[in-house]
Design a binder for this molecule. Structure first.
Ligand SMILES: C[S@@+](CC[C@H](N)C(=O)[O-])C[C@H]1O[C@@H](n2cnc3c(N)ncnc32)[C@H](O)[C@@H]1O
Length: 228
């Protein structure tokens, strides 16, 4: 399953942007209205200011990233799926200030040569797919090396306490809830996420999407600010 985002998008049209990142309901790409809810939530959380430089971790094909091009002086996205980054480069990249590269977030986060330039970080719909060790490395390195980052928005996290609202087939899915390479990735309770964030030097503010959002019944968002 880990290679799902590396192989599955190859089966879709190159401009099926939401299909490629599985932002679908009943197999259909979500509506522009749903995307606008996500974009507005990220705007509200990251509070863009003049001069911001945004790092988009596990950016997928850049289809979501592009909504923030006008909010910052630089947007840099990394994702480990070559096929998704190909799409990002083909449809959305505008060098030098809006760029995308192939990289595993765990490798990238310790290899970035100029981490101090970034001021905001976005990680949408992706964090549950990081192995636990990578998740901790990413959050702690953002804290220690990306010193000018004041806000990190981690969106669309599956709430383990609500997993039965997603899995309505009556089967026991407990074996996959802590597997990063499962369909949804690692499910965490809000308390678990707050503890993870605290371990890595961050204070987590939990947020929920409005009820009209297609995943509001089992997911939550997190805004990280530096723990004082
Ligand atoms: C649901 S998509 C979300 C993409 C994008 N952030 C968005 O919201 O449209 C999840 C993404 O996480 C990426 N991903 C998962 N694990 C990763 C890792 N360890 N390093 C880099 N990218 C990863 C996948 O390739 C995929 O593009």
């Amino acid at each position: 399953m880990e290679s799902d985002f590396k192989e599955y998008p190859k089966t879709l049209a190159s401009d099926d942007f939401w299909g490629q990142v599985k932002r679908t309901v009943n197999g259909q790409p979500v509506s522009e209205e749903q995307i606008q809810l996500i974009v507005a939530t990220i705007h509200q959380a990251l509070q863009f200011q003049v001069g911001d430089r945004l790092l988009d971790l596990a950016c997928g094909n850049g289809a979501l990233s592009r909504y923030f091009f006008d909010c910052c002086d630089e947007l840099y996205g990394v994702d480990y799926s070559p096929v998704l980054i190909d799409v990002a480069k083909r449809y959305f990249e505008q060098p030098p200030a809006r760029r995308f590269d192939v990289a595993d977030v765990g490798d990238y986060i310790v290899a970035e040569g100029d981490p101090m330039r970034f001021t905001k970080v976005l990680c949408y719909g992706s964090f549950p797919y990081f192995p636990e060790q990578t998740a901790r490395l990413v959050l702690s390195t953002l804290n220690t090396d990306f010193r000018n980052v004041q806000r990190v928005f981690i969106g669309n996290l599956p709430d383990i306490e609500r997993n039965t609202e997603f899995y309505t087939d009556g089967l026991d899915h407990s074996a996959e809830l802590k597997e990063h390479n499962s369909k949804i990735g690692i499910w965490r309770s809000q308390d678990e996420f707050m503890q993870l964030a605290a371990d890595c030097g961050w204070q987590a503010q939990i947020q929920r999407m409005p009820e009209g959002f297609y995943a509001a019944h089992y997911r939550y968002d997190v805004l990280l600010v530096r723990a004082s």
